[in-house]
Design a protein around this ligand. Structure first.
Ligand code: CO
Length: 132
């Protein structure tokens, strides 16, 4: 398991694109809409890890709700795993609350699953596995 990316909720992707391009001194390599999550994602490489900017595509998107409650900022921490099904099973047995029964298809060609922040010390944790 290794840190794959940080997910950062932003309210204005155009402004955030400029800010993070300057901050990380690198241009984003991918923009992708994940319709069932209601987000537009923008990815930057930052050394071995990535930064994923998340902008809501609609008012009832989880990202819109998150920003309404807590403002912009770090939204989730994502760890890449080799076998997401096995890892989900392991975490369930350890008593963690998962937000879905099965992995879903996320951005950047990944299978993803989220761990509820209430069972993970206040941090929304994403598990991801490359689909290639
Ligand atoms: Co993510």
């Amino acid at each position: 398991m290794h840190l794959e990316h940080l997910g950062i909720a932003v309210s204005d992707l155009t402004a955030a694109r400029k800010l993070y391009t300057k901050l990380l001194n690198v241009a984003p390599y991918k923009e992708e809409v994940v319709e069932d999550q209601g987000v537009t994602t923008l990815f930057f490489m930052a050394g071995e890890s990535k930064v994923e900017l998340l902008e809501a595509t609609r008012p009832d998107s989880p990202i819109a709700k998150y920003i309404e409650k807590r403002g912009e900022g770090i939204h989730h921490v994502a760890f890449e795993v080799k076998d997401i099904h096995a890892e989900m099973e392991r975490l369930r047995k350890e008593g963690f609350r998962l937000l879905s029964e099965e992995p879903t298809i996320g951005a950047d060609n990944k299978l993803v699953c989220f761990v509820h922040p209430k069972s993970a010390g206040g941090v929304l944790v994403e598990l991801c596995q490359s689909r290639s």
